[in-house]
Design a protein around this ligand. Structure first.
Ligand code: ADP
Ligand code: ZN
Length: 600
């Protein structure tokens, strides 16, 4: 690579994007492309994939072609690049004939450095002829996992993209995705006919997302408490059923929050409406089924709540991954309950799917449940699950920030085990707890469980405490759940040594599990100058965004906002030092921006 490229890289990064350094792998990827070689980039959402092709595009001769399947995403990128002064155009099926002709004209005149196109457009004969008449610098294929049936979002249009490669054998192709296991990676390279590509795999860890999990008790109360702590920040609450989304959205609306329900049962028009309301910050959050989220490019989602437990870690990680795409801190709260797991198990058991498939689903569900109940680093559990083996604590999950303390729980374990044995292993979780707590409900009396020795022996603990402890014992292998026998609790080979006090049992106290639910609030009620300035800037940003029909972060993102509040630039030159404001954006802002400060 020429040395001028070396110097120019940093200059462009500063001048156009207003960034001062590259993130992990970005520079190496950019060098690879500038060298004219192919690359496969696997980087988590929010990792900064777009810079990897946008920056070389500005340095290289000719025009870069970016193939992207999501029109909303294309539109936002085009807006963001334009406001940074980059000559960019788009061609996709949502544009009118006039718009398309205009785009084509500026491309032909050599005015465009980056052209965004949808895959179905690239595959037409006329478009290929059009490309042949131009000087192309590079091809970037976004969401490259769509080419593979192993990926989770297969698109037939993608399988034709190798023809681009064949028609332009000398032009570098960079394929990018956030999700691709090894089978998918191999498929991408082979199907897109990448030639000797270098793979760049970034860690899947999302350092800016704080992960925590709570038992479902008092879930609504906890959500209200949480929402009070994040005023105005947008988020998504994922629910299990359509009905749940509606009931919750209605309750929270009545509690004064601007929120909407969203699920696949709504017609397309309604769903689009809700999606744009969210994208344009007209509502603070959406109570949705997992149908919501694909194709949403909103980089300032600050939190995700799972109102119920997802059915596997893939889904969970993908859903929480929608938060904090701008790299700013975000929070993921998971509520989990024994009921969720039973619902899923019944679904799986009753489904017509082949046995092997059901076994895998069950195993994945099991891992999800372990994750929810984990008492050690949750990030490590996720990374290990995805094959990125690691055991140093992450520092951004509840178990790292509030490590739970364990206590000697041999007596608790013995009471539970003895009750299991005395019911002839015929009681499920709830029944066993009722027996331990001495409930006189009809079923118990009928079965004669009120006459066994351990009846009422666990009155000192609440029902929820028992549930939490039995769950921990299940994870430690002291108790097992027999899924083939009505989810009844049974003993295991590890039970006997516990009953004979030969094996110690350590459990995490329920109070410690709960302690993280309401971390002491350190926020004072005093309204600071910073928060007021931040509020004014936010309002101004929202006005700007709404008048331009773009999402707020496209005006400037939360990092930029925080930097503005921290540094309070008083001259246009000082604006240059703000993260995320390059030279052109600066002069654009200068024209409109001083207004917010004048109001102070
Ligand atoms: P991805 O496509 O991988 O999900 P993006 O390309 O949208 O991620 O980048 C995510 C966020 O990170 C954007 O707000 C982007 O401006 C920001 N970003 C990217 N590279 C850098 C960098 N080198 N320094 C600071 N911010 C960056
Ligand atoms: Zn951790």
């Amino acid at each position: 690579m020429s040395s001028t490229y070396q110097e120019q890289k940093f200059r462009i990064l500063r001048e156009v994007w207003g960034y001062h350094q590259f993130r992990q792998n970005q520079e190496a990827i950019i060098d690879q492309v500038l060298d004219g070689k192919d690359a496969l980039v696997i980087m988590p959402t929010g990792g900064g994939k777009s810079l990897c092709y946008q920056l070389p595009a500005l340095l290289m001769e000719g025009m870069a072609v970016v193939i992207s399947p999501l029109i909303a995403l294309i539109n936002d990128q085009v807006y963001a690049l334009r406001s940074a002064g980059v000559a960019v155009a788009a061609m996709h099926s949502n544009m009118s004939q006039t718009q398309l002709s205009e785009a084509e004209k500026s491309v032909t005149q050599g005015k465009v450095k980056i052209l965004y196109v949808s895959p179905e457009r690239v595959n037409t004969q006329s478009f290929k002829r059009f490309l042949q008449s131009l000087q192309i610098s590079l091809f970037a294929i976004d969401e490259a996992h769509c080419v593979s049936i192993w990926g989770n979002d297969f698109r037939p249009d993608y399988t034709e993209l190798y023809k681009v490669r064949e028609a332009f054998p000398k032009i570098p192709v960079i394929a990018l995705t956030a999700t691709a296991d090894e089978a998918t990676q191999a498929d991408i390279m082979q199907q897109l006919r990448l030639s000797q590509p270098q793979k760049f795999i970034s860690s899947f860890e999302r350092k800016n997302i704080h992960i925590s999990a709570f038992p479902v008790q008092n879930r609504y109360r906890q959500i209200l408490d949480f929402l009070r702590k994040v005023p105005g920040q947008c988020g998504i609450i994922y629910c299990l059923s359509r009905r749940e989304t509606e009931v919750l959205a209605e309750k929270l609306s009545k509690a004064g929050y601007k929120c909407l329900a969203y699920h696949a049962g709504m017609d397309a028009g309604k769903r689009n409406e809700i999606q744009s309301a969210f994208q344009q910050d007209k509502v603070q959050f959406i109570c949705a089924t997992i149908a919501f989220g694909m194709g949403i490019d909103k980089s300032d989602i600050r939190w995700i709540i799972h109102y119920s437990m997802p059915k596997n870690l893939e889904g969970y990680y993908q859903e929480i991954g929608r938060s904090g795409r701008d790299g700013r801190p975000a929070q993921a709260l998971l509520f989990y309950g024994w009921g969720d797991i039973q619902t899923y198990k019944s679904f799986i058991e009753e489904s017509d799917a082949p046995e092997a498939f059901r076994t895998v689903q069950m195993a994945k569900l099991e891992r999800m449940w372990e994750f929810a109940n984990a008492t050690h680093c949750r990030t490590n559990m996720i990374l290990n699950y995805f094959g990125e083996y690691r055991d140093n604590p992450c520092g951004h999950c509840d178990n790292c920030t509030h490590p739970p303390e364990s206590f000697d729980a041999i007596v608790v374990a013995q009471k539970a085990l003895s009750a299991i044995i005395r019911t002839g292993e015929k009681a499920g979780m709830n029944m066993l707890i009722d027996i331990l707590r001495g409930s006189r409900r009809a079923e118990i009396i009928q079965a004669g469980y009120d006459r066994i020795k351990t009846f009422g022996a666990g009155r000192d603990l609440s029902g929820i405490e028992w549930k939490v402890y039995i769950t921990q014992m299940i994870h430690q292998g002291i108790i097992r759940v027999d899924y083939t026998d009505h989810f009844n609790l049974k003993t295991t080979p590890l039970s006997q040594p516990v009953l004979k006090s030969e094996r110690p049992v350590k459990l995490v106290r329920y109070n410690d599990v709960r302690a993280k639910e309401n971390p002491p609030s350190t926020r004072k009620k005093v309204i600071s100058f910073e928060s007021e300035l931040s509020e004014i800037l936010r309002t101004w940003r929202l006005d700007m965004a709404q008048s331009r029909q773009v999402p707020a972060y496209a005006i400037f993102n939360d990092s930029t906002l925080e930097d503005l509040v921290r540094k309070i630039p008083m001259t246009f030159d000082e604006l240059d030092n703000i993260e995320g404001i390059g030279q052109i954006k600066n002069s654009n802002l200068v024209r409109h921006c001083w207004v917010p400060y004048e109001n102070m």
